[in-house]
Design a protein around this ligand. Sequence first.
Ligand SMILES: [Fe+2]
Length: 216
Amino acid sequence: MSLREVLIDELRDLYSAENQLVKSLPKVVKAVESTELKQILTQHLEQTKEHVTRLRTAFEHLGKKPTGKHCKGMEGAIDEVKEALEEDEEGALYDAGIIGAAARVEHYEIAGYSVAILIANTLGETEIAGLLKQTLAEEQNAGKLVMSTAKGILKQAYAAEGDDKKVPEKKAKDAKEKKSEADSVKDESEAAQEINQPAEQSVEEVPAKKSSSKKK
Ligand SMILES: [Fe+2]
């Protein structure tokens, strides 16, 4: 594989990521409750469409087609946003649950563009690097805007907690949540062997029979 092919691969990954976002962002815009966050995400949706166009231009320049690789990382990041959208909360507390997933999406893109720019510059593809830099600046700005709005939302969410004296009903976990929990325990015990310390396993839902992490 040549470095040029690595660049094409990275750009195809980003192209898929941007297209996935164009599909998903409208649902997020609709769901969030904060007007400010809605505005930021709406503006970023328009920018994201522009990011798709810029990548197409980069591919024209390279004489290659932009499709060919599905970005699994962005699929996962978007899945986490979708999970947050399903939460049974209201107002600032609902938005608070979405912020982390939304920030991850932005930072995933920032990482991808940063590396693609490095590769393009190494290859002397300054025109492509220039296009990617414009997008990177917009991603960074969107990330910052989400973070500064987050501050206000989190304060509101925390204040709202005090008003709400009722104890939240404990919902039964669905199959997806159960699998997620089981996988997280598996991650922990496998990592614990590497870290050389016992896994915590102190959560009440964890069955006592787990034996994969030996205490030393
Ligand atoms: Fe983007």
